[in-house]
Design a protein around this ligand. Structure first.
Ligand code: ADP
Length: 286
């Protein structure tokens, strides 16, 4: 929790400013070999040698499924799922002074400032710390090199999972995405059947339909329109793609090409993370 307290301190202006201005190019950092990746073992996955829970990051383009897979893994590993997009949407839904400013940025598909996002994340971590939370999977943070430098400066990230999907499929997925206003569940009405191209296999994904009681309460995120999704993909390529290299050069990046929808992808992801045994043991113990 020491690391979390240090990140929480980032919300204090002067420290944050020092971090922001001292962010340096990734090449100047020594290569890092994750103690976790080469020899995965589910005993270490739950608690690493420093005797704490996992601290993982999920990267990937809009619509790739970061939230879906990160929240499933969090349930499995017993750590909180912290999605900065959710923190931004909570702030948007409030009547706070930031709400109007945020809505303009988000609805144009742009990123909110590093300073603001770090401050929202710090608040969330502090609240979690007060409840005794330990470890985390971060979803949607870091999204700029600057944010990655800040995180690197305050805590050790064990593993970064980079989820990947073709852009045409990402767009279809975002346009099909629906949320239930009552239970908050995430669903997808798109039935995806993309043909193979350039030697890559085709990809099919069945819709993820809501239960009947949610059907009439579905809404679409205001930033899931075609023009805004295209802009978010553009912003991802420009600002967030370099974050993949930041972690690749430190030996922390696990690349994962999604082979299809949840039924095909979830077991493969568990396998890639060496967690398939872990899931079996967990369900046997349940
Ligand atoms: P996506 O589906 O594009 O991954 P998210 O739900 O993660 O969307 O985020 C929604 C919006 O919230 C982003 O388009 C951006 O405006 C803002 N946001 C979320 N996380 C960050 C971040 N780490 N840095 C800057 N802006 C962010």
């Amino acid at each position: 929790m020491e690391a979390i307290s240090r990140l929480a301190k980032l919300s204090s202006g002067s420290y944050l400013r020092r971090c922001l201005s001292s962010a340096v190019a990734s090449e100047s950092n020594p290569p890092y070999t994750s103690p976790f990746l080469p020899k995965p073992d589910y005993n270490l996955i739950h608690k690493d040698p420093k005797n704490r829970h996992v601290q993982w990051v999920f990267l990937g383009c809009p619509g790739v499924g970061k939230g879906t897979y990160a929240s499933r893994l969090c349930n499995l590993l017993g750590v909180p799922h912290i999605a900065t997009g959710d923190l931004v949407r909570e702030e948007l839904a409030s009547t706070g002074p930031l709400s109007q400013q945020l809505s303009e940025i988000v609805n144009q598909g742009k990123l909110v400032s590093d300073e603001l996002i770090v401050s929202l994340l710090s608040k969330r971590l502090q609240a979690g710390e007060a409840k005794g939370e330990s470890g985390f999977i971060l979803d949607g943070f870091p999204r700029t090199i600057n944010q990655a430098e800040i995180l690197e400066g305050v805590t050790d990230i064990d593993l970064v999972v980079n989820l990947k999907l073709r852009e045409d499929v990402l767009l279809e997925k975002c346009l099909g995405r629906r949320i239930c206003s009552e239970c908050g569940g995430n669903f997808n009405l798109a039935s995806i059947n993309a043909k193979g191209e350039n030697g890559n296999p085709g990809i099919s994904m069945a819709p993820l339909l809501p239960p009947p009681q949610c059907m009439s309460k579905l809404f679409t995120r205001s930033d899931d329109t075609e023009a805004v999704v295209k802009e978010r993909l553009h912003v991802y390529n420009e600002k967030s793609r370099p974050v993949e290299e930041f972690y690749r050069s430190r030996g922390k990046l696990l690349e994962f090409d999604l082979p299809g929808g949840i039924p095909e992808s979830w077991p493969k992801l568990l396998e890639a993370l060496n967690l398939n045994d872990y899931e079996e043991k967990q369900s046997a113990a349940a």
